[in-house]
Every structure is written in structure tokens, then in C-alpha cells.
Design a protein around this ligand. Structure first.
Ligand SMILES: C[S@@+](CC[C@H](N)C(=O)[O-])C[C@H]1O[C@@H](n2cnc3c(N)ncnc32)[C@H](O)[C@@H]1O
Length: 232
């Protein structure tokens, strides 16, 4: 079976070196292609928020690594005056997040199938009210740390894609990952802010992985940082 153009757009957004499942062998690729109103490709995102959300002027929050969409759907239901983008690299997770948005009738939530860094690159500067990244894959072994997506490139893009005063909310169970992100966030122009952020209703959002790590002795490390003025 051939691929539609839309599948092509979805598939080229994979990480470099990743094998590409075909539509006829992976039912989630087919479903992702069909869920046009809720699952976006990077080129569709590039066309701008008016084509995506009924209330295009509302502030936009992105949850990167949204998994099955539980946390971003909770945010979208709790803060109807904002638009929300859930971002993930895995077809099954994106499809399940999209199904959840549909089931809950959340017109202020769309899901983007995209690599984290490419997602930020696709956006124009200064458009996000905030970004959350909860429990990104930790890659705890030193030789694997290069795979962590919350790195200097990501944080520098995050600072530029946030509007002035926009927020970055980060959670992890790895103290050493947290320390590294804290130091790099400051170097990228972020300043410490209040946890949890008032603009999301001033309450915490327990993610699936947070519920796992809450039971662990090490616990959870988290912070919110605020972006400064955009650099010209
Ligand atoms: C450990 S899970 C955490 C899920 C959720 N945020 C939570 O706290 O329960 C990490 C998620 O990040 C996604 N992910 C990993 N690398 C990514 C990348 N480069 N771009 C976008 N998402 C990515 C994975 O597919 C997975 O859904």
C-alpha cells in the first residue's frame, strides 16, 4: 500500500536514524493520518494557530513528551481560555492523545507528531505562553546522556519561542538531570518562578510518570522558570 502525502509529512518528522513504520504494518500510522482535525504535522503547525484552534488568539501552552495525553487534556479542561499542544514522537501515543481530546470534546487541544526540538524550530519566536516537559526519558548512563532532549539547544529554542514572561515547567526523578537543566536554563535567560504556575490554575498536574516516582524514595525534582525579553 502506498503512502498518502500526509503520511509522508508525518513520517519525515521522525528522529534521524529511526526506522519508519509503513501505514499497512502500523495501524497507528493510518489512524494518525486520518485524524486530521486533532493530530497535526509540523508543516500544518507552520501554517499558524488560526488554522488550528477556534479561538486562535488565546495563549498557547505546549506539553512536550505528552505520552497518552492525560496531563495535557487535564490542563486543557481546567484552563479553557488557553489553547494546548501536546507533542510526542510516537504514533501510538499521539493517536491515543488525539482520541482522548476527541472523546473529551476539547476544541482547545491539538496533538503534534514531532520531535521536541523540531517542534520548537517550527514555531515563530515569542508565541508560547509556556512549555511543560514532565519526566522526559532520563538516559541515566553517562554514555547515553547525549540522547536527552532537554539540552542546551532545546532550552535556547524554548526561551526564544516563549513570549516574554512565558514559562518553562520541568519535572524529573533524576537530580543530576534537574541540576543540569537548572544551570542551562539560567544560561539561556530563564529566571526561577512559582511552582505550580498560576496561569494553569495554580495547581499541580500529576502525570502518569509522576505517580510512579511519587512512590520512589528519591522523589520528584521540579521547577518553573520564566523567560526574559526576546533577544533580537
Ligand atoms: C517517560 S515518558 C513521560 C510521559 C509524561 N510526560 C509523564 O510525565 O507521564 C517520555 C515521553 O517523551 C516522549 N519523547 C521521547 N523523546 C521525544 C522527542 N525527541 N520528542 C518528543 N517526544 C519525545 C516519549 O515518546 C514519551 O511519551
Amino acid at each position: 500500500m502506498g503512502r498518502s502525502n500526509r503520511a509522508g509529512e508525518l513520517l519525515i518528522r521522525m528522529r534521524a536514524g529511526e526506522t519508519v513504520p509503513l501505514q499497512d504494518t502500523n495501524p497507528y500510522v493510518r489512524e494518525a493520518c486520518a485524524m486530521k482535525e486533532v493530530i497535526l504535522t509540523a508543516p500544518e503547525l507552520q501554517k499558524g494557530f488560526p488554522r488550528i484552534f477556534p479561538h486562535a488568539a488565546s495563549p498557547v501552552w505546549a506539553d512536550v513528551g505528552c505520552y497518552f495525553g492525560e496531563t495535557i487534556a487535564e490542563m486543557a479542561g481546567n484552563v479553557p481560555g488557553f489553547n494546548f499542544l501536546g507533542v510526542d514522537i510516537r504514533y501510538k501515543r499521539v493517536v491515543k492523545s488525539g482520541r482522548r481530546a476527541r472523546r473529551l470534546g476539547l476544541s482547545n487541544l491539538c496533538i503534534v507528531l514531532c520531535d521536541a526540538e523540531m517542534f520548537l524550530e517550527t514555531l515563530p519566536p515569542g508565541v508560547l505562553a509556556g512549555i511543560s516537559v514532565f519526566f522526559p526519558d532520563p538516559w541515566p548512563r553517562a554514555k547515553h546522556r547525549k540522547h536527552r532532549f532537554v539540552n542546551r539547544d532545546f532550552l535556547s529554542l524554548a526561551a526564544s519561542r516563549c513570549r516574554p514572561g512565558g514559562l518553562f515547567w520541568f519535572k524529573t526523578d533524576q537530580q543530576e538531570y534537574f541540576d543540569e537543566v537548572e544551570e542551562t536554563a539560567a544560561e539561556c535567560g530563564f529566571h526561577p518562578d512559582r511552582v505550580p504556575p498560576a496561569i494553569l490554575g495554580g495547581r499541580d498536574y500529576d502525570s502518569v510518570f509522576q505517580r510512579l516516582f511519587n512512590q520512589e524514595p528519591g522523589g520528584v525534582f521540579q521547577a518553573v522558570w520564566k523567560a526574559g525579553e526576546l533577544k533580537s
